[in-house]
Design a protein around this ligand. Structure first.
Ligand code: NAG
Length: 206
C-alpha cells in the first residue's frame, strides 16, 4: 500500500490517511482523506482497492475508476491499444510492442521496405524502385513493352523475339538485307526498291 501513511485516532472509528507521494492518488483524493473503517462499497472495490468511505474506493497503484475496475498503463498504450492490467497493453492489429508503439505490417515489407504508421494504419514504405502493399512489385521506369514483364528494378524479362531494356528491339533470326529494318520478330521492313521476307528481292522496274 505504498504511498500513504495512516494515523490511528483515539476513537478508532476513523483513520486519516496522508499521501506521501500524491501522484498515484485516485480521482482527486489527495491529502488527508477520511478513512471510515465501517464504510461499505457496493459493488466492492476491485484489484485490491480499499473502501475508505461509503461507495468510495481508494485504488491501488495502477488502477482507477469508481470500483478501481480500470487498469492504468504508463506509458499509455499507443495507437488504440487497450490497457489490460498495469503495464500490459492489448494492441490492435498492425501494432505490437509493450506499449503498442511498434508498427507491424502483415506479411512484412520486402525489398528494403519499412513498416510505418501512416494515419494510424501500418503500411510498408517502399524504396523508390519497388511498389505494392509489401513492396513486392519491381518498377521499371523505362516500361516493359511487347509483353515484357518487370522482374527487378529497371530489368524487363522479354518474350521470345524481343530484346533490349524495354523489350523494344525485335529480333530477326536471319538479318534483313539491303538496309531493311527488323520491326517485329522475323519481320523486315524493306527499303525501296527491295521486298521479300528478308528484303532479298529487287522489284522489277515497270
Ligand atoms: C454507510 O452506509 C451504512 C449503510 O450501508 C450506514 O449505516 C452508514 O451510516 C453510512 N456511513 C456514512 C458515513 O454515511
Amino acid at each position: 500500500m505504498g504511498g500513504f501513511a495512516l494515523l490511528l485516532f483515539a476513537s478508532s472509528v476513523a483513520l486519516v490517511g496522508v499521501c506521501s507521494g500524491g501522484s498515484d492518488a485516485p480521482r482527486g483524493v489527495a491529502v488527508g482523506f477520511v478513512f471510515d473503517l465501517k464504510a461499505k462499497c457496493e459493488p466492492p472495490c476491485e484489484h485490491a482497492g480499499v473502501c475508505i468511505r461509503n461507495n468510495t474506493c481508494r485504488c491501488s497503484r495502477g488502477y482507477e475508476g469508481e470500483t478501481c475496475q480500470y487498469a492504468n498503463c504508463y506509458p499509455k498504450c499507443k495507437n488504440g491499444g487497450v490497457c489490460l492490467r498495469p503495464g500490459k497493453c492489448r494492441c490492435p492489429p498492425g501494432f505490437g510492442g509493450k506499449y503498442c508503439h511498434k508498427v507491424r505490417c502483415d506479411g512484412g515489407c520486402w525489398n528494403g521496405g519499412e513498416c510505418t504508421a501512416v494515419n494510424g494504419v501500418a503500411k510498408c514504405i517502399c524504396p523508390s524502385s519497388w511498389a505494392g502493399s509489401k513492396c513486392q512489385e519491381a518498377i521499371c521506369p523505362q516500361g516493359c513493352r511487347n509483353g515484357g514483364i518487370c522482374m527487378a528494378p529497371g530489368i524487363c524479362s522479354c518474350p521470345v523475339g524481343w530484346l533490349g531494356g524495354a523489350c523494344h528491339t525485335a529480333v530477326c533470326g536471319r538479318p534483313c538485307l539491303h538496309g531493311g529494318k527488323c520491326i517485329s520478330p522475323n519481320k523486315c521492313r524493306c527499303r525501296h526498291p527491295f521486298s521479300g521476307p528478308r528484303c532479298e528481292e529487287r522489284k522489277k522496274p515497270h
